[in-house]
Design a binder for this molecule. Structure first.
Ligand SMILES: *Cc1c(COP(=O)(O)O)cnc(C)c1O
Length: 242
């Protein structure tokens, strides 16, 4: 009778008892070689991050600047840090010296500040535009229908030359729902937009190659809908200690 819920229960409880290494061993083989796994380490201690690092992870995602900055110096220098949460302009300066990518560009003002700070450090920062596709008001990003106009404005800025931002692609989150059909439809919309941009406005930008979608509960759906970067927290690091 309750086959479905028992199945769900066993799926959830097993990985939670396992170690970070074991959860990585289970998930990594399912991620195609053309896709990047970003392990989301927010709210996890430096020791736990080190455990994932020792298991070979080099890409980590954090969503709060203060927390990220407090961890960076305590961890190996070859980690690539990705900022995945909404970013206030006045905090860009703290991460500009080291951040690999900022996946939450959602305004021209934020773009301009990242450009300014990256230039100060003579660095190039990879940026993704966060797209709002979910049916949830808590989610952020540029509304789906405005993304192409937004990119047109970003390209005007890039055309001024000497850009310190590399426009790499899109990041998005699906609605938190049990409906696989809805999640799939939202990811498919993002993929459609990504390829429209790649073959249209961004066709002169070979670096525009990243479609970041998929988290602990929907990464396999995201991969089957064309994601090439998944951001997985809980399913690898375990539950967060808020
Ligand atoms: C927290 C977070 C994730 C990871 O969430 P999990 O459900 O723990 O995998 C991925 N992307 C963003 C933008 C996040 O804020």
């Amino acid at each position: 009778m309750c086959l479905h819920s028992e199945f769900k229960h066993s799926l959830l409880s097993l990985p939670l008892m396992a170690t970070i290494q074991e959860r990585l061993d289970q998930i990594r083989p399912q991620i195609p070689s053309n896709a990047t796994l970003v392990v989301v380490s927010k709210y996890h201690a430096v020791d736990e991050i080190k455990e994932a690092y020792d298991a070979g992870v080099r890409d980590f995602g954090e969503n709060r600047v203060q927390e990220l900055v407090s961890k960076v110096d305590k961890l190996p220098e070859d980690i690539r840090w990705h900022l995945i949460g909404s970013l206030q302009r006045n905090k860009v300066k703290y991460i500009a010296p080291f951040i690999t990518s900022i996946q939450s560009i959602e305004s021209l003002a934020l773009y301009d500040e990242v450009e300014r700070r990256a230039a100060q450090h003579n660095r190039t920062i990879d940026c993704l535009v966060e797209v709002y596709v979910a049916q949830e008001e808590t989610k952020s990003g540029v509304p789906y229908d405005e993304v192409e106009a937004f990119f047109a404005a970003l390209l005007d800025r890039q055309a001024e030359g000497n850009a310190h931002i590399r426009l790499r692609g899109l990041m998005g989150m699906a609605t938190h729902t049990d409906s696989e059909a809805e999640i799939r439809a939202e990811f498919a919309k993002l993929r459609g937009l990504f390829y429209r941009l790649k073959e249209g406005l961004m066709s002169q930008y070979p670096c525009f190659d990243t479609l970041s979608m998929g988290m602990s509960e929907d990464w396999s759906i995201a991969l089957s809908e064309g994601s090439n970067m998944v951001r997985i927290g809980t399913a690898i690091m375990g539950p967060r200690a808020y």
